[in-house]
Design a protein. Sequence first.
Length: 279
Amino acid sequence: MKILRYAAFTLDGRGGNPAGVVLDAGGMTDVEMQALAVAIGYSETAFLASAANDGPIALRYFSPRAEVAFCGHATIATAVALAARDGVGPLRFATPVGEIAVATAIDANGDVIATLTSVPTTSTPASAAQVADTLAALRWSADDLDARFPPHVAFAGEHHLVLAAATRARLADLDYDFAALDAVMAREQWITVALVHADAPGVYAARNPFPPGGVVEDPATGAAAAAFGGYLRDLDLATPGQPFTILQGAEIGRPSRLTVTPLHTGEVRVAGNAAEIVS
């Protein structure tokens, strides 16, 4: 079995979010996949099984702690790994949250760009208790939030609480209570908390605590980016069909860029590249 390692959503060839990729995992058991995810140690490892006739290819994701229903950066990494092996083109993955379409193409620099289309997204206002408990775990106050972006629970295959920081300094200073936030997220069944700041028109900075995966912070989170894109569209804060940029991971030394396009149909596209990690 060959284990590949890719960093997805790199910024100018640097940073990105590492993912393990196993392209021939059809014979693996759940226990074996979980054990391998622990051994690799990345926030997620993707396991690709065989396609049923001409149908989508089964794709599953495991963090070091548990199976994850959907992972954006591992999907991008898998698509780029397949493009390196088989050439670019359209792909269809059967994931635990439903079918995910991914297109791969060569950009002007000769790099492979993968664009996933999420499942239909949803966004609902967070309750006062949900916000208060999360702010306490983050060691933030209500005054740290940007009133232009109300707290919502956004979904794009997994649920993410969206909180917008009023200042870039607040977002940069992330020192939270891991156990407390882990407990809140387990209770609410959130996969990450999407902390964002509007840096400029069409550009957002983001940080994503990921205690459910045993990770303090994810450097590039495709699933959260898709959920955030749906959130912005639902609140009329983004125009369907018009892409925007999320910059993530700089604070932890892994700068990342995600290009996000909300669609009129309810889905969201998330695009980026991936670079193979060669030790």
